[in-house]
Write a protein that binds this ligand. Structure first.
Ligand code: FES
Ligand SMILES: [Fe+2]
Length: 438
């Protein structure tokens, strides 16, 4: 199948206010995404707190490439291809661990320093007089050129095309600031493990739903109704158990979601809930708020706490939640298969309750056994099947469309506007086609 050979064929799939169903169905497009789109964009790889000591590594696959994030002796972080320079064996098979002072290939025992440069080869004399040291294999493991560590969030860009880190994310990085600044000492730590969920749908479908505020009223009706039934009759001032605090707002009205507001940034990024969100009503913690004010000043502390974006998307792979200090990573596996990871963060210098909120939220909302996620997953998998039906090749993204919207680099809109999705697809075309020959 070679239907999509030219950039113009790709661009034709995304119109101003609707997108073609092949974006979710085509294996060929998925292969082209691996080759172009994910090479030209910045993907989230991992958090620096996952590799605290020299020699610690985290192995992650991004767009089919096996990568290793490694803490160096000087405290820095490098990202190497998890591939031996000899015959290509993966250097490590575990997801994370410590390599000690060097990596040793399990196949023929070639060894490498933590920065990937060659250290030793068994039976070295056999290579005398050969071309080994002048060729790629003699130079050791290959390091990625484009790596950025922003407040401990580690991102990579695989290819050389595409913007540098700062120009790619720009003002969208304030979402990471909001998350990290919730720590009076400015530090977060991954803790509590990860929830992984493989969903049989296209990754873009999942990403769109992160920005979709029209669905909770109908999709999560049963979860909200059950929570309401349990909570009915309680006095308004009664303190809510954490699960109630977190689930009840899923039943908010269309009007609530509309008023919460949203913002789009260039390159597909967005922030949903710029005025308030379903996380805004969590119980106050006066001691913590004072500690934050002492660290940042009263005004800045209030600003950090008031802004609890429902979802901030660092396109295409990361979705952050401010107030429950949690985030999701979107890892595409195939046109119709996506791995979703939900991680919890410990906020250093803050009460344990914040971490409990993060763990509780992830369990309640994103675990495969949760009272929320299975509603969405059922719908995603149904859409992936439904889209195979002929008769309508297009997906509607008309809601709130304004022809002038394309001209504004950053735009604030109402919370139910589908511009957040249109914005993602416009970025998708740009990064998919930028390194493709005409
Ligand atoms: S493949 Fe690694 S040493 Fe041979
Ligand atoms: Fe949902």
């Amino acid at each position: 199948m070679t239907a999509y050979r030219r950039p113009a064929d790709i661009a034709a799939l995304v119109e101003d206010d609707r997108v073609h169903r092949d974006l979710y169905l085509s294996d060929e497009l998925f292969a082209l995404e691996q080759q172009h789109f994910f090479a030209n964009t910045w993907s989230y790889l991992g958090h620096a707190s996952q590799v605290p000591a020299a020699g610690d590594y985290l192995a992650v696959e991004i767009a089919g490439r096996p990568l290793l994030m490694v803490r160096q002796g000087d405290g820095g972080i490098r990202v190497l291809y998890n591939r031996c320079a000899h015959k290509g064996s993966k250097l490590v098979s575990d997801e994370c661990g410590s390599s000690g002072k060097f990596f040793r290939c399990p196949y023929h025992a070639w060894t490498y320093r933590l920065d990937g440069t060659p250290l030793s080869i068994p039976l070295k004399s056999g290579y005398e007089g050969t071309r080994l040291k002048d060729c790629e294999s003699g130079r050791g493991m290959v390091a990625l050129r484009h790596v950025a560590v922003y407040r401990d969030f580690v991102f990579v860009k695989i290819g050389d095309a595409g913007p540098d880190f700062e120009s790619y994310f720009g003002a969208a990085l304030r979402a990471i600031d909001n998350l990290v600044d919730r720590s009076p000492v400015g530090r977060l730590r991954i803790d509590g493990g990860v929830l992984r969920n493989i969903i049989h749908c296209n990754w873009k479908m999942y990403l769109e739903n992160i920005n979709d505020t029209v669905h909770p009223v109908s999709t999560h009706e049963s979860a909200a109704q059950a929570a309401n039934a349990l909570w009915q009759g309680q006095p308004a001032e009664a303190p809510k158990p954490m699960a109630m605090e977190q689930i009840l707002p899923f039943g908010e009205s269309y009007d609530f979601f509309d008023r919460m507001g949203a913002r789009v940034y260039p390159n597909g990024h967005s922030m949903l809930g710029i005025n308030f969100s379903i996380h805004s009503g969590y119980a106050q913690m006066p001691d913590y708020e004072q500690a934050l004010a002492a660290a940042h000043g009263v005004e800045r502390a209030a600003e950090i706490l008031q802004r609890s974006p429902q979802n901030s998307v660092c396109f295409p792979s990361l979705a952050l939640k401010g107030s429950p200090q949690a985030f999701r990573v979107i890892r595409p596996l195939a046109a119709d298969r996506t791995l979703i990871e939900a991680w919890s963060l410990r906020v250093e210098g803050a009460p344990e309750l914040l971490f409990e909120r993060s763990m509780s939220y992830n369990r309640l909302a994103f675990s495969p056994m949760s009272v929320v996620a299975h509603d969405d997953v059922h719908l995603f998998e149904g859409m992936q099947q439904g889209l195979r039906g002929e008769g309508n090749d297009w997906i509607s993204l008309h809601r709130g469309f304004d022809p002038a919207e394309r001209a504004a680099p950053i735009l604030d809109v109402n919370g139910t506007n589908e511009i957040l999705m249109r914005n993602q697809f416009r970025a998708w075309v740009e990064f998919m086609t930028m390194s493709m020959p005409e």
